[in-house]
Write a protein that binds this ligand. Sequence first.
Ligand code: NAP
Length: 269
Amino acid sequence: MPDAPILKRVTGRTKVMFILGDPVAHIVGTAVLNEDFFRNGVDANVSPLHVAPQDLALVLQAIRSMQNVAGFGVTIPHKVPVLQYLDGTTPRAGSIGAVNFVRREANGSLIGDNVDGVGFVTGLRRNGIEVAGRRVLQIGAGGAGRAIAFALAEAGISHLAICNRTQAKSLELARAVAARHPRCFAAPAGPEAAGYDLVVNTTSVGMHEGDELPADLSGLRPGAVVADVIMAPKTTALLMAAAAKGCQIIRGKEMLLDQPRLVREFLSL
Ligand SMILES: NC(=O)c1ccc[n+]([C@@H]2O[C@H](COP(=O)([O-])OP(=O)(O)OC[C@H]3O[C@@H](n4cnc5c(N)ncnc54)[C@H](OP(=O)(O)O)[C@@H]3O)[C@@H](O)[C@H]2O)c1
């Protein structure tokens, strides 16, 4: 947690950031970013802003006029609705259809990005896993799933199989990924992990004790990698089952570790 020395450094030259959410009590990204800025000598500070959905447009309009604001993060429930109020997005945020950081430019323009998926891929790389040419089974096609699917395709995977409870969403996501990344074969699939190099759970299945495993690991080979986006529990039942088969596992927190650096780059801090 950041402590008093960080706050004492806030002056009129400090770049200000917010994380907009509703509710905000669970937000820890502010502390993570403040700690990162402190360690890297960046004169910037982040606070949570509790903004109800009906006030989002008003708050964004006000931020356009706040000249020392570098940008802001957005979390539940604003990641998709915020798009309608922005002046533009990065291509990846446009494809994903959701934003988690917004840059405020000098003239007040607001540009959105989404670093969830690239954070996931850099988390894999930090653990020695290069995904180019790999066959991936992804469980889930929600917000995190969309971000990860586009980032994996961008990183050069050869095959993306998507299994989602609502099948129409897996078909729509597979089509969108294939359209943007024609060299990646993308299609809906079942939950069977046999034959894949990487299995990633992007659903919330596994957060609660007694949840079924989101994938069928029975045919999984020991050299495969299994990743989960769930942060709590730290090691989900899926990851425990994969580890018991001798597979390398990647925990949910890995996806967050590089995000402060990605945010600094996007906001030019
Ligand atoms: N580690 C990180 O940095 C990070 C970042 C973002 C999110 N997350 C985590 O990712 C998870 C998903 O978040 P999200 O924002 O993508 O949520 P979301 O947009 O609501 O998507 C939820 C996904 O989970 C599926 N799902 C939910 N309940 C299910 C059930 N009972 N059985 C089968 N599938 C079920 C949904 O399937 P349907 O489409 O059929 O509803 C959908 O694919 C959460 O656990 C969240 O905490 C982690």
